[in-house]
Design a protein around this ligand. Sequence first.
Ligand code: TEU
Length: 560
Amino acid sequence: MPLPASIAADRDWWRHAVVYQIYPRSFADSNGDGVGDINGIRSRLPYLAGLGIDAIWINPWYPSPMKDAGYDVSDYRAIEPVFGTMADAEALIAEAHAAGIRVILDIVPNHTSDQHRWFQAALAAGPGSPERDRFIFAEGRGPAGDEPPNDWMSEFGGPAWTRVIEADGRPGQWYLRLFAPEQPDVNWNHPDIHAEFEQTLRFWFDRGVDGFRIDVAHGLVKDADLRNLDGLPFPLPDDAPDGLEHPHWDQPGVHDVFREWRAVADSYAEPKAFCGEIWVGRDHRLTAYLRPDELHTAFNFNFLQARWRAGDLRRVISATLSAHATVGAPATWVLGNHDVCRPASRYARPQELVEPNFPNLQKYLGLPSDLPTGHRRARAAALLSLALPGGAYVYAGEELGLPEVEDIPMAARQDPIVSGTGGENIGRDGCRVPLPWTSGGASFGFSPEGSVAPWLPQPSDWGRYSAEAAEADPASTLALYRRALALRSQLPALGEGDLAWVGDAGGEVLAFTREPGFGCWVNLGTEPVPLPEGTSVLLASDDLVGGRLAPDSAAWLQFA
Ligand code: TEU
């Protein structure tokens, strides 16, 4: 079905889109099994259209044993029954388009599920077989081969290798799995893998999908000799010499894959787009993925990891914009996702105690938390991110001001990081708790009344963050997002383009202007600051204090 004319005309949509991330397990449950589903998303399309976003990105919805919440895919061209049917998916795509919302799926090309037919065939076929060659099997070290083939470590804890039992009943080869044991890494040096994923892209593009978020895009290609890390850190330090490569992240060969994928996207009449999940630290290594014949966009994780400090943010924003300009790609601005601690809870921590690196809840535990401050900062950060040049991401619940749920009982936690680290890392469940839609009710409107309990427990006060409560409060975070997104679509200064820093805005103030006639002022200090003469306030994240911008707040300004 062709796109409706209202959105079809915007061929460069990915250069300025505000994309709303839906974690399908946690968004809305239509059938009462305690897990969100596709028909739940369909039922909330009016809410999403009212919010004013341009696109939704849906985390993996494919058949999966759910060892990593759907990132262990057993069939890339079908729908997980817990989430619904292919008919439901097709209806969602059509209805979203009709509502003016594009649809981005999540593709997982670094690894499959161990239940994927190819991995099952590889296990059955034995060492040296062509079937094993689609994955990364190797002999173990040591006289009995009972040590992993090299020193690579899993992101989820422990060695990155699992040993298999061969047909003769004895322990045999090892396979690489950079994440959970049930997520074997595929071998991107194999032509079958290229052909298979290309077909998967086409399968969904042919069904009207507008783009893909690419899981672990920097991980696909591994050093052919499986060289040891020997302590090499990742991301590599800023001053890493040219030519120094990490053996399994950001290998130069990944770029060939994305050139092929870009050609697939460009073969469609409709503008299809990619967004890479690329954790590489150094800006020039990120923007290498955004050269004109590679990916369209990538998540800007340096922004997400920056401390709430004027200098830190300004440095990250400037470096982002100048690096992206070298390849002509738009920047994206990201505050959260399903892997990191919710922004309100991150910003609630004393920023001088926070390292600017991977922001999972584990690193914040034990730090004092001032949640009202965190909420104010998250609102200000929202106005900042939506005013910067490029596109932006909103993770479901950010518009409700949801905090991280920090006290989920150990026994209720589901993230494989918890088991992978023997409970040392409490994992990512705290940002995945099912959304509150109503102020009351057994699951705060997540499931129909009388349903199975939500798959992760919701806090007893979750209703105060609900969409229903926010609707009734003109000062709610939801109201702020709605106004910001409405203004963003009206103001020609916002979206793609440029900014000019205002150097003399004083103290801990981040201030910039955009043409025509727009300014964004953010006060990261502890005292109210004056706003520039001759401006009117379009929108502010907090009440002004005697005409001044309150601490931890932001304002959008119209210059006369
Ligand atoms: O995440 C990739 C990734 O490396 C991190 O974001 C990860 O969560 C972190 O390293 C844990 O310490 C992607 C997905 O976003 C994540 O949910 C999946 O678990 C992971 O890939 C595996 O598919």
